[in-house]
Write a protein that binds this ligand. Structure first.
Ligand SMILES: Nc1ncnc2c1ncn2[C@@H]1O[C@H](COP(=O)(O)OP(=O)(O)OP(=O)(O)O)[C@@H](O)[C@H]1O
Ligand SMILES: [Mg+2]
Length: 306
């Protein structure tokens, strides 16, 4: 409590509940079982697809799992397919993530870019913080068949070259269904099965589309990966997470109130953080959070929505 009072006096206490973007560190409510399962899948070079409805915490979970891997043993590539809309943008987004998995200095990026992606044009620039970043473009407008081949072979080459385990994540994988043609799906199927030292994790938020990709017999990726539906976070996990944050702000909250919050949100991560955020704003420092504030917080949120 002394810590809380210092923080309040110093005047920099922010609302500790975040909703919207990816959460990590102290903002990440432990998903012990899921982290253990994903770690095992990565260790065993498994192919897995992880799916849930929107905002259930897939990206936060996978990024957390990646951050815990020992860097000396693993090379990891996180490919966000959200902004891709055709085979060419799939190729350049994937090449970028794989190149960055091999080291981030300008020399390393250029070296990897040239060595692994001879069919693409690399371009290294500095980001706002002055850190080098790489992007790729295609040499021609022709259908990128050989480029697809090259980019999908790259993870196995990284594994051979570095002797590390390689983990490749494709987030928002359902975007692939919107490309013209099914070349990516076909090539993915044949390559991932031969990559015995690479773990592939496919993540999707449009549950029915992801199921269509991996559980429909007529699709190329039918049963090419195990499946892992992601559920809400257990009240057991939320209890210490929420109570500690309120306590650190000198706004003590009883277990029964936290349970009432979790009942309302059914442990859905986004809604739980959103409701706690609103509740935090309403709660006064130095006073216990009362049950009637939950109703008020819900009303504030509903009013905003409408
Ligand atoms: N482990 C967690 N602990 C606490 N809050 C979480 C956790 N995971 C997710 N959240 C909450 O849910 C929100 C959405 O998380 P995230 O973006 O990881 O979900 P997602 O399933 O990838 O969403 P989308 O369907 O939009 O891709 C976060 O901003 C955060 O408020
Ligand atoms: Mg996401």
């Amino acid at each position: 409590m002394r810590y809380a009072q210092c923080v309040i006096r110093a005047g920099f206490l922010r609302n500790p509940f975040q909703y919207g973007g990816v959460v990590g560190g102290a903002q990440f409510c432990n998903r012990r079982q899921e982290l253990t399962d994903l770690r095992r899948a990565m260790e065993n070079a498994e192919k897995l697809f992880v799916y849930s409805e929107r905002r259930l915490g897939k990206t936060s979970l996978i990024k957390h799992a990646l951050s815990k891997l020992p860097k000396r043993e693993y090379a990891t590539a996180y490919v966000d397919l959200w902004a891709t809309d055709n085979e060419s943008s799939f190729v350049t987004a994937t090449a970028k993530a794989i190149a960055e998995s091999m080291g981030r200095t300008t020399a390393q990026l250029l070296d990897t870019g040239k060595r692994l992606f001879s069919r693409l044009l690399p371009n290294v620039t500095l980001d706002d913080e002055g850190k080098p970043k790489i992007s790729f473009s295609l040499k021609s407008d022709a259908a990128p068949r050989p480029e697809i081949e090259e980019v999908l072979e790259a993870p196995a080459k990284v594994a051979d070259h570095t002797e590390k385990k390689v983990v490749v994540i494709f987030d928002e994988v359902q975007r692939i269904l919107e490309y013209n043609g099914d070349q990516i799906e076909r090539r993915l199927r044949s390559t991932i099965q031969t990559h015995t030292r690479v773990s592939y994790i496919f993540m999707g938020s449009r549950k029915h589309l992801v199921q269509e990709m991996f559980l429909n017999k007529s699709r190329p990726l039918y049963r090419a990966a195990g499946h892992y539906p992601l559920g809400p976070i257990d009240t057991r996990e939320w209890l210490p997470f929420i109570q500690e944050k309120f306590a650190a702000g000198d706004k003590p909250i009883k277990e029964e109130i936290v349970r009432a919050i979790c009942d309302l949100t059914q442990g859905h991560p986004f809604y739980t953080q959103h409701l706690c955020h609103a509740l935090w704003e309403l709660a006064e420092p130095g006073a216990e959070v009362r049950a009637n504030l939950i109703e008020l917080a819900v009303k504030v949120l509903l009013d905003r929505e409408s």
